[in-house]
Design a binder for this molecule. Structure first.
Ligand code: HEM
Length: 337
């Protein structure tokens, strides 16, 4: 799982931030700081004696949280500065134009502007630019939301396929149909053909939504059945429970990708399945995440069969903002040829 997180963080850095971070050591420090920060946020929510800043930051837990946040901010600043420096170099040598290749089917060969490029460019143009800290906060959100969520979703997909061999076999059959014996890298035109894998990814996010709970501050009274929730309170929306509601999902803990066949989905309420949330603050990266998952999973499953050591009933998992395994996810990998 750690290797996956690192790989996904590097992919995000290259695509969203436009920088290539090869320094393994700083990536490892970043990912472990993310874990400490996520755990600390939840710990603080459930311990009233941590509420006061003056008390919390004088305790070891608060000091650990602050050190993690300082590390994360430092890492993000490094990413921003690296990209700024590369932009300056590229605009002077016109490298961007030289790097362009007009081939829609070659992921990675066409150099497009990264999210961070656009943010920095827009910020340079506007009369009311974001401060350095505000730019950093945007980049933090992207990096934080964008890597762990996807890495954990890939881990759960491998785990579920590894414990449901009949469904895994269907993925192998589909990969065989699309790629045959070729070991050429996946292209944009292959992606829509991987329909079964698509359903596997959706079903995995149903059973293990990477973000299992979201919260909202009510800006007006909300009537819910016989109850009125007053303006000003925070409400938690348990996506995990929505996804396992037996009234909507028969036999809810059964892994069944065909729940997402068009004929099986058309009568379902769209809010019964919200792994990326819904409404104006839904996940900005959902398309990107689904493509990234498909690319990584197909690359692994074109070469390997997987078998899980644990089952759905025995694997321990828990919630620290992200729904992650609470133990190593052991998988046996067997080469296909
Ligand atoms: C399987 C992967 C992912 C899942 C399950 C996921 C899930 C979510 C959810 C549930 C939210 C809404 C949080 C809320 O309503 O409070 C969210 C927000 C967000 N996600 Fe994702 N996400 C994933 C991947 C990504 C990726 C790859 C990126 C960026 C490259 C990303 C960027 C964001 C951002 C920036 C927000 C905040 C949007 C806002 O507040 O307006 N996410 N994500």
């Amino acid at each position: 799982m750690h290797k996956l997180i690192t790989a996904i963080l590097q992919v995000n850095n290259e695509t969203a931030m436009g920088v290539n971070i090869h320094a393994q050591e700083s990536v490892t420090k970043y990912t472990s700081a993310v874990h400490i920060a996520s755990r600390s946020i939840i710990d603080r929510m459930v311990r009233p004696w941590y509420m006061l800043d003056s008390v919390y930051y004088s305790l070891p837990a608060g000091k650990e949280f602050k050190a993690a946040i300082d590390m994360l901010h430092g890492f993000t600043k490094k990413v921003i500065n690296k990209r700024k420096a590369e932009q300056q170099f590229q605009s002077s040598s016109q490298n961007i134009e030289l790097g362009n290749k007009e081939d829609d089917f070659n992921i990675g060969e066409k150099k497009k502007k990264a999210f961070l490029d656009l943010l920095l460019e827009e910020n340079a143009k506007t009369d009311t630019p974001l401060t350095d800290d505000e730019v950093r906060a945007q980049v933090d959100t992207f990096m934080f939301e964008g890597h762990d969520t996807t890495a954990v979703a890939i881990t759960w997909a491998l785990f579920l396929l590894g414990s449901n061999p009949e469904h895994q076999e269907k993925v192998h059959e589909e990969l065989e149909e699309v790629f045959g014996n070729s070991d050429a890298p996946i292209t944009v035109k292959d992606l829509p053909q991987l329909k079964y894998l698509d359903r596997v990814i959706k079903e995995t996010l149903r059973l293990f939504p990477s973000v299992p709970v979201i919260t909202r501050l009510l800006t007006e009274d909300v009537k819910l059945g016989d109850h009125t929730l007053p303006k000003g309170i925070s409400v938690a929306l348990p996506i995990l429970l929505v996804h396992r509601n037996p009234k909507v999902w028969p036999d809810p803990i059964k892994f069944d990708p065909d729940r997402f066949l068009p004929e099986n989905s058309k009568l379902r309420n769209p809010y019964a399945y919200v792994p990326f949330s819904a409404g104006p603050r839904n996940c900005i990266g959902q398309k990107f995440a689904q493509l990234e998952e498909k690319i990584v999973l197909s690359a692994i499953l074109r070469k390997w069969r997987v078998k899980s050591v644990k089952t759905f009933d025995t694997i321990k998992y828990g919630y620290t903002i992200i729904l992650r395994p609470q133990e190593e996810v052991f998988l046996h990998f067997t080469p296909k040829q």
